[in-house]
Ligand binder design. Structure first.
Ligand code: PMP
Length: 321
C-alpha cells in the first residue's frame, strides 16, 4: 500500500526497469537552473544561467565521460588489448575515472599524479584498485605528463598510453554527449557556452557541437589568471604544454579568473544555492555570471556552463574550514 503511493526517484525507476552497469550511468547529467544566483549577482531579468551537474557522473566528475570514451575506442580497435595496462597522467579526476572504468572492465590502471594533489584524490584512485605513481609536485601536471612518457618509452608493449591531452576520444565524448545534452536541455536556446580549460576536451567537444547547431553561439574559455593561480583541474595555457586536442580558433572569448574569485564563488554557491562544488566550478560560474552581466539589458541570453565536480575531494585543503 505504502510503496504504491511513494513516487520513485529517477534512479529508482530506471533501476527498476532494467539492471544497468555503473558505466551506463555516465552522462545525461541534470541541468541546474542558476538564474536566481546570476540575478543575485546583478544579471538582468532577460538572462538565464544554467549549469550541468557533472558530479552526478560515476566517479564524481565530468571526466568519466572522456575516460570511458577513451577506453571504449581503444578496446574496439585493439590498442588496449588483453594483458595490457592503461597508463596516463592526471591531476585527479581523470585518474579516478580511469580507475573506476578499469575496475569494471578488468584491466590494470597506472596513474601518474603530482605528489601534492589532494589526499582524497589519491585515496579514491587506490580505492578502485589502481596503482598511483607520484611525480614532482613542483613540476605540476606537466611534470606528470613528462614522467608518464618516460615510463611508457621504457616498456612500450606493456602499456596503453591513454594520453587524454592528445586523444580525440576525449573531445568526442563531449561532442557526442555533453554538447547534445545541453542543446536538448535548453531546447536549442543556448547563446553562450562557458567552460574551463584543462585538457580542453569539454570546451572543444561540446563547443564544436553547439557551434554546428547554431553558428552564432558564443564559446567562452576560462583559465586561471596567471601561472601562480592554482585552480585544480584548469590550466594556464600560455606556460603549459599545449594539449594536442585544443582548437584555439574556436574561442570567441578568453576569460581569466583569479584563484581568490574562484574560491569566493565556490563558497557563495554552497551558501546561497546549496551547491557544494569544486573550485573549477567556482571559476566557471564566476566567468558565466560575468558574461550574463555584460549582456545588454534588453538582450535575451541563455548562458550554460559546467560544474565539473563537487567539493568533497577538496575538504582536506582546509579552505572550507
Ligand atoms: N575542472 C576539473 C575539476 C577537472 O578535473 C577538469 C579536468 N582536468 C576540468 C575542470 C577541465 O576539463 P577538460 O579536461 O575537459 O578541459
Amino acid at each position: 500500500m505504502i510503496a504504491q503511493t511513494l513516487t520513485p526517484t529517477m534512479t529508482e525507476s530506471r533501476a527498476a526497469d532494467s539492471a544497468i552497469s555503473v558505466l551506463d550511468d555516465i552522462g545525461n547529467t541534470p541541468l541546474l537552473d542558476l538564474t536566481p544566483f546570476a540575478r543575485s549577482c546583478g544579471a538582468s531579468e532577460h538572462v538565464q544561467l544554467y549549469a550541468k551537474a557533472e558530479w552526478a557522473n560515476p566517479g564524481g566528475s565530468v571526466k568519466a565521460r572522456a575516460a570511458f570514451k577513451i577506453v571504449e575506442e581503444a578496446e574496439a580497435d585493439g590498442r588496449l588489448g588483453a594483458g595490457q595496462t592503461l597508463i596516463d597522467s592526471s591531476s585527479g579526476n581523470t585518474a579516478i575515472a580511469y580507475a573506476l572504468v578499469g575496475a569494471v572492465r578488468g584491466f590494470p590502471v597506472h596513474l601518474v599524479m603530482p605528489k601534492n594533489v589532494s589526499r582524497e584524490r589519491k585515496a579514491l584512485v587506490k580505492a578502485y584498485g589502481a596503482t598511483l605513481i607520484e611525480s614532482d609536485p613542483l613540476e605540476g601536471s606537466d611534470g606528470a605528463i613528462r614522467l608518464v612518457r618516460e615510463i611508457v618509452a621504457a616498456d612500450p608493449g606493456r602499456y596503453f598510453y591513454a594520453d587524454q591531452y592528445n586523444n580525440d576520444a576525449n573531445w568526442r565524448a563531449h561532442y557526442e554527449g555533453t554538447g547534445p545534452e545541453i542543446w536538448r536541455q535548453t531546447q536549442g536556446r543556448v547563446t553562450h557556452f562557458v567552460a574551463g580549460l584543462g585538457t580542453t576536451g569539454t570546451f572543444v567537444g561540446a563547443g564544436r557541437f553547439l557551434r554546428e547547431q547554431n553558428p552564432a553561439a558564443q564559446l567562452v574559455a576560462v583559465q586561471p589568471e596567471d601561472e601562480l593561480s592554482v585552480i585544480e583541474g584548469l590550466k594556464y595555457l600560455p606556460t603549459a604544454i599545449t594539449p594536442g586536442i585544443y582548437a584555439p580558433s574556436m574561442v570567441d572569448r578568453h576569460m581569466a579568473v583569479s584563484a581568490e574569485t574562484a574560491w569566493d564563488v565556490t563558497q557563495a554557491l554552497a551558501r546561497t544555492a546549496g551547491l557544494f562544488v569544486g573550485f573549477s566550478s567556482g571559476a566557471a560560474v564566476a566567468a558565466a555570471v560575468q558574461v550574463a552581466k555584460e549582456l545588454p539589458h534588453t538582450a535575451d541570453g541563455v548562458v550554460v556552463t559546467l560544474l565539473p565536480d563537487d567539493g568533497s575531494k577538496y575538504v582536506s585543503l582546509g579552505l572550507f574550514d
